[in-house]
Ligand binder design. Structure first.
Ligand code: NOJ
Length: 755
């Protein structure tokens, strides 16, 4: 035992050192700011894109001269140690030698690409999610980067929205856990280490609720829903120490996020205590003119700075108007200095004032980027992200013998494997399903391949996907012949694997769709192949929940593989042949059709819950209320049964907790993993409560025939909610707890929360 006095002394010394460090930092930054001209200050608030990558419209082509003149404090879309060194050299020749900050969209890996976040979430493995962020940070920092525009913490319940691919789906509780894990992964415990980078939680706020799933569209929601469902993941990222926040494109209560003082100052800074800096999304200050809340850029700049924005991404509004706004007393010197301080502080925390070239290390780039260890983790995560949606008659796993026809436009497409927002991802090194099958079968299975169709036969969509370039004959030629060849191939094989779905450009930013099914031409191919009577396994590559009602009714086996990243093909092959027993579970509901959207598991009862015998109850005339695949759903090659759900006591004290336990048994033929999920319901509240809310999960491994008692602790705090006065409270009364393998198939028990 360490004596108390010594502990006390040690703590005092530590606190003293950190207070001293804070003081030194403040002195350094304040004295630097005191030396800066207004122009130099404005420069620090100006973030410009290089031409190395394009993640929005180019607005400015002379960013180099801005760096040279000290009129730009940060650059995005520029990487490699050589290039960032070159740009940093320019900054080092400016009067005050303030280092540049380099940012980039490192969303699901830098060069080694992991599954898209929506896919990775299906692992329900927080340690792995943190690990992929850690590796992304190691690679990005080795490639000259200081700052990633991730995690995206937007809750999303509308799969028409292409950006659902970038988040972890519809659930708040899960969103909170993942946001924390990602920030930890990127930032580590010491930002000044050369392999940690700043996280940027985005898109603050509510961007995932764009009306009708159309990107950049309006958002409107109640405060209760904001506080309870949409805001917690951003807050969790901030509580975990996220150094920066990005504003969203949408409005909130009629005021665009980028000019919303309630959001950026009252909530973010005053209530949540955020200390880092706020960057806008791409030109979102300028876009406030289109929103119709300001008449020109001058007004827009004033609104944004006063609201709490510190850095202008690519809009050059701060650069062009801060001086005028200050002169006209529309903004204050204090507001400018405060923003400058926050930006400089981030650079200080990264250690850039000590060594501006800390991240420009070619040796590290050689050693740390796409090394064997990273590729292995990418594969581990990829196999765990796969969700088995259907497996009738145990078509899967396949045996390593006979012949397989691999058919589909996504069977051998390297670029599509790494998916959207894969920024610097090295797609040429991606493993396709064809590569993976060949490698796995080692010659014992005859594998033949035919693309069978283009990704889409919709030429209007194709043009958009090709960024409006003129279509060439090669883009659409010989579609009928392709299909015929594929069908012939199917006839000659024992089993057919159909690799269908979306191309990488069909999800992500500016990629909303109103029809979220498999494109019609691919579906026609699928029908023609099914007509051969051969057993078919549908392997889906896509970035959103799709409408698969027809496929579910007609195809014996369906595997959801998302965009799995660099190691995609190896991971899918492992699952197809049973070298890995799939255990992924959906984190977003799959609707039966687009008309059901928005559809999510934690909905409200309504005053007229569905009653099959009552016309005047909440339902559709032409479809059930239930989704095709619910939240939390995913099959295994084995089966799990749940029994003996118990709560440790029938009453939970006002500030107490209780234990919930259940026996899970592997009743099938294979060893396997299962994600045991726990949900709660508060039956009567002063405001209505969801029918179920996820509050915990455990991922377990069970050998065939084995069983395990899985227990959870739930506390009164887990049952808190926002009442009509927007107070976060517990209300006593009857509650239910549910445990099961998805949000639909559960056992339930009752308890009462006491006063
Ligand atoms: C716009 C996107 O909305 C955002 O997510 C991204 O970080 C920026 N562009 C920068 O590329």
């Amino acid at each position: 035992m360490i004596p108390k006095q010594i502990l006390f002394l040690a703590t005092a010394i530590l606190l003293g050192t950190s207070a001293l460090a804070q003081q030194t930092k403040a002195q350094f930054l304040n004295s630097l700011i005191a030396k800066m001209t207004l122009d130099e200050k404005v420069g620090q608030l100006n973030l410009l894109t290089s031409f190395m990558d394009q993640t929005g419209p180019f607005m400015k082509d002379d960013y180099v001269s801005d760096i040279e003149k000290g009129r730009c404090g940060a650059i995005f879309n520029a990487y490699t140690p050589q290039f960032t060194r070159k740009l940093q050299d320019m900054a080092m020749k400016t009067r005050l030698k303030i280092p540049l900050l380099f940012g980039y969209d490192v969303i699901h890996g830098h060069k080694t690409i992991f599954p898209i976040p929506l896919g990775e979430a299906c692992t329900w493995d927080l340690a792995l999610m943190e690990k992929s962020a850690r590796i992304a940070a190691v690679e990005a920092s080795a490639d000259g980067l200081h700052w990633t525009y991730s995690p995206m913490a937007d809750i999303a319940r509308d799969p028409r929205w292409g950006r659902v691919a970038e988040g972890v789906g519809e659930d708040t509780w899960l969103g909170v856990q993942v946001a924390k894990a990602k920030v930890k992964g990127y930032q580590g415990t010491d930002l000044s280490a050369a392999n940690t980078i700043l996280a940027c939680v985005k898109h603050f706020a509510l961007y995932g609720a764009a009306e009708a799933g159309r990107d950049y569209n309006t958002v409107d929601m109640s405060r209760i829903r904001m506080l309870e469902t949409y805001l917690p993941p951003y807050k969790a990222a901030i509580d975990a120490g996220a150094a920066t926040v990005m504003t969203s494109f949408n409005e909130i209560d009629g005021v665009p996020a980028t000019g919303n003082k309630w959001l950026l100052t009252d909530l973010l800074r005053k209530q949540w205590g955020f200390k880092g800096f706020v960057v806008t999304d791409y030109t979102s200050i300028n876009e406030m003119i289109n929103h119709g809340v300001v008449k020109d850029e001058y007004e827009a700049g004033g609104l944004a700075l006063r609201a709490g924005v510190d850095m202008d991404m690519q809009g050059s509004v701060f650069a062009g108007h801060i001086a005028g706004l200050l002169k006209d007393k529309k903004i204050t010197q204090k507001e400018i200095d405060q923003a400058v301080y926050r930006v400089l502080e981030a650079k200080y925390n990264l250690g850039l004032f000590k060594n501006p070239y800390l991240y420009c290390d070619t040796v590290r780039a050689q050693r740390d980027i796409m090394n064997e260890e990273h590729l292995q983790v990418a594969k581990d995560i990829a196999v765990r992200s796969i969700v088995l949606l259907k497996n009738e008659g145990d078509v899967l796993p396949l045996r390593k013998q006979g012949s397989i026809a691999l058919i589909g436009p996504l069977a051998d497409s390297k670029r599509d494997m790494i998916g959207n927002w894969s920024a610097a991802g090295d797609w040429q090194k991606a493993v396709t399903l064809l590569d993976g099958l060949k490698a796995k079968s080692g010659g014992s299975v005859k594998i033949s391949y035919a693309p069978g169709a283009y990704v889409t036969g919709d030429t209007a969509m194709l043009r958009k996907l090709l960024n409006y370039r003129k279509l060439e004959p090669a883009d659409t030629a010989n579609a009928a012949q392709m299909q015929a060849e594929a069908v012939a191939l199917a006839r000659s094989a024992d089993v057919v694997i159909m690799a269908l779905g979306e191309s990488q450009g069909m999800t992500g930013e500016a990629a909303s769709r109103t029809d979220i099914g498999i494109p019609a031409n691919q579906k026609a191919l699928l029908k023609a192949v099914l007509a051969t009577g051969k057993p078919v396994v549908l392997v889906l590559t896509n970035g959103r929940p799709m409408t698969l009602e027809w496929e579910d009714a007609n195809v014996p086996a369906i595997l959801e593989t998302w965009f799995l990243g660099t190691q995609a093909g190896h991971a899918i092959a492992d699952v197809l042949f049973g070298d890995y027993n799939p255990a992924g579970k959906l984190t977003m509901t799959f609707p039966r059709n687009e008309g059901q959207i928005p559809i999510y598991y934690n909905s409200k009862h309504t005053g007229r819950p569905i009653d099959p015998n009552n016309k005047y109850s909440s339902k559709y005339l032409d479809a059930p209320n239930t989704p095709l695949y619910p939240f939390g759903y995913g099959l295994s090659y084995t089966q799990f049964s749940y029994s003996n759900l118990r709560v440790s006591r029938a009453q939970m004290a006002a500030n107490g907790s209780l234990e919930v336990s259940v026996t899970v048994t592997n009743t099938g033929k294979y060893d396997g993993e299962e994600v045991v999920q726990l949900y709660v319901q508060d039956l009567v509240g002063s405001v209505t409560r969801p029918v179920k809310e996820l509050k915990g999960f455990k991922k377990i491994f069970l050998p065939k025939g084995a069983n395990q008692i899985v227990s959870f602790r739930i506390a009164a705090a887990d049952l808190k909610f926002y009442n009509s006065d927007l107070k976060f409270i517990n209300e006593p009364g009857a509650c239910k707890v549910f445990v099961g393998s998805n949000s639909r198939d559960v056992q339930e028990a009752d308890f009462e929360l006491m006063r």
